[in-house]
Design a protein around this ligand. Structure first.
Ligand SMILES: [Zn+2]
Length: 160
């Protein structure tokens, strides 16, 4: 078993070889997967927000945790967290693999700590922080979650 980074690199190497045989859109889809940005759940949330008239910045690298979505007008930040990597509590999708338990436990708990720390930093600078878990964006939950998201944004942004 090798680490995630190594895994990514290996995958990247094998992808690079065949890259030029893909169409442009297919290629950027693959690149998005490799780099971890513009993954599908984030796109769904962004599209929904855009359709409701919200304007945002995405993948903001100069804020703690590189937020997926930033709504400057509402001083609100949205993270879309993968259940496994970010350790969603009481979530089936966050179950650790049966092998290398120690490795995964360490990895995930350090992610949880980092997320917590980033959130605290953001809150201290006056940001509202909303976390959406990937399981909340599954088809059967999505509409309800996104509807709630709008309410959260408006409610949290009220006193601004
Ligand atoms: Zn979950």
């Amino acid at each position: 078993m090798f680490g995630r980074q190594e895994f990514k690199e290996r995958r990247f190497v094998s992808i690079k070889v065949v890259m030029d045989t893909f169409s442009k859109s297919k290629r950027s889809e693959i690149m998005a997967k490799v780099s971890g940005v513009n993954t599908k759940p984030e796109i769904k949330v962004r599209q929904y927000l855009f359709s409701k008239g919200f304007r945002y910045r995405k993948n903001v690298n100069d804020l703690p945790g590189k937020p997926d979505i930033v709504l400057p007008k509402y001083k609100t930040i949205i993270f879309i967290h993968g259940c496994f990597w970010h350790g969603h509590e009481n979530c089936e999708a966050a179950n650790l693999p049966a092998t290398n338990v120690e490795y995964w436990t360490k990895k995930v708990s350090s992610n949880i700590k980092r997320d917590f720390h980033n959130k605290e930093l953001l809150k201290m600078s006056g940001w509202n922080v909303i976390v959406i878990w990937e399981c909340e964006l599954k088809k059967k939950n999505r509409e309800k979650r996104l509807d709630l998201l709008i309410k959260e944004i408006l409610y949290l942004g009220l006193d601004r």
